[in-house]
Ligand binder design. Structure first.
Ligand SMILES: [Zn+2]
Length: 351
């Protein structure tokens, strides 16, 4: 791993690990020692995070005021919370995917609408009103760790950002969030992937409102797996994530993720084949000991995998007017469902 870090720092990339109040622990932000001097992500909006950012920049011989460009990888508050403060203090440009810019600029209102949507989704999938109400208070209080910011440099998918020492290709790869954006350095075969791919945890395909404001629920896991297939094709040598350590074999890791999602979908199918169940009942059956605060997250996981089963014609949704339940429409045993990840590497999903 030491050799990998050496290559990363030879590439003029430094990691700053900023504390967050969330279960995921520290968030990785990256300093590109280049022209313009660039920070990728910022950490959450807290005094502690700001102090750490200043201290770690200082250790590298820089101050917040030196920053000239801040790039946002996606819409989650542990990544974008400090962008506004950093941009105001430094005068740095703020770059984000064009489709993400309105969300960042209307952060408070959009996050509120996300929470409303999440609440009605949770009720539809059988989570009780008490729990939904309690969760809304929690997410409402989390919002202070985010902040709105002005996006001065909207980025197009596929665009090349030219810095003095490098080119970065902008790659929109939604799934973990609708705005996940990767930055690919083709010359160094280095990919900055944020939460799209994380070594020690599988990225949650969180159900979110589409960025275009449409009301339709997107299939977050299906979208995510499509994105992963594209990342698998990249000849990357090092992948830098939003949390945890660098990845040096992204193909093996992505194949492992395909297997995980295949197995999880099979497990859910087994539970649904026993008897029709709501999304919440399925989440409880899989993760009975998970804290109430994780209810939306586990529900997102369940719905994402059931989408795979629905798309494969194995399960259907039944609506009793209040809640949705899933019912099996196939008598195939769970371990004989075949490849539920269409176009996924067949060798990867088996086993
Ligand atoms: Zn995230």
């Amino acid at each position: 791993m030491e050799e990998v870090w050496e290559r990363i720092s030879d590439a003029g990339v430094r990691v700053l690990r900023i504390p967050t109040p969330f279960q995921v622990g520290r968030v990785n932000t990256y300093l590109l020692d280049d022209e313009p001097l660039t920070l990728i992500d910022s950490g959450p909006n807290s005094g502690k995070a700001l102090d750490e950012l200043e201290r770690q920049l200082g250790a590298l011989g820089h101050a917040i005021e030196d920053l000239e460009l801040v790039i946002i990888t996606h819409q989650h508050i542990d990544h974008l919370g400090l962008v506004d403060i950093v941009a105001k203090r430094s005068g740095a440009e703020v770059a984000a995917l064009d489709r993400l810019a309105p969300f960042v600029e209307n952060f408070g209102a959009d996050a509120e609408r996300d929470d409303e949507e999440a609440a009605s989704l949770m009720l539809r999938h059988g989570i009780s009103e008490d729990v939904v109400r309690a969760l809304r208070q929690v997410t409402g209080s989390f919002r202070a760790w985010g902040s709105r910011a002005e996006v001065t440099l909207p980025l197009r998918d596929g665009e090349l950002i030219e810095l003095r020492d490098r080119r970065l290709e902008v790659q929109h790869r939604p799934g973990h969030s609708p705005s996940d954006t990767l930055f690919w350095d083709p010359d160094r075969r280095l990919l900055i992937a944020a939460d799209h791919l994380i070594k020690h945890i599988s990225s949650n395909p969180l159900i979110s409102r589409p960025l275009d404001g449409s009301a339709e629920r997107t299939q977050a896991l299906v979208t995510y797996l499509e994105s992963l297939k594209r990342t698998r094709e990249l000849p990357a040598e090092i992948v830098l994530s939003g949390h945890g350590e660098p990845i040096t074999d992204h193909v093996a890791l992505i194949d492992e993720r395909f297997r995980l999602h295949q197995r999880r979908a099979e497990k859910l199918y087994g539970l649904i084949a026993e008897k029709p169940r709501t999304g919440h009942e399925l989440a409880q059956a899989l993760w009975s000991d998970v804290a109430v605060t994780q209810a939306f997250l586990t529900l997102s996981e369940v719905i994402g995998h059931v989408d795979l089963l629905v798309n494969a014609g194995r399960v259907r949704e039944i609506d009793d007017g209040t809640v949705l339940r899933y019912e099996a429409i196939s008598d195939t045993p769970a371990d004989q469902l075949g490849d539920l990840i269409p176009g996924g590497n067949p060798a990867a999903t088996r086993g």
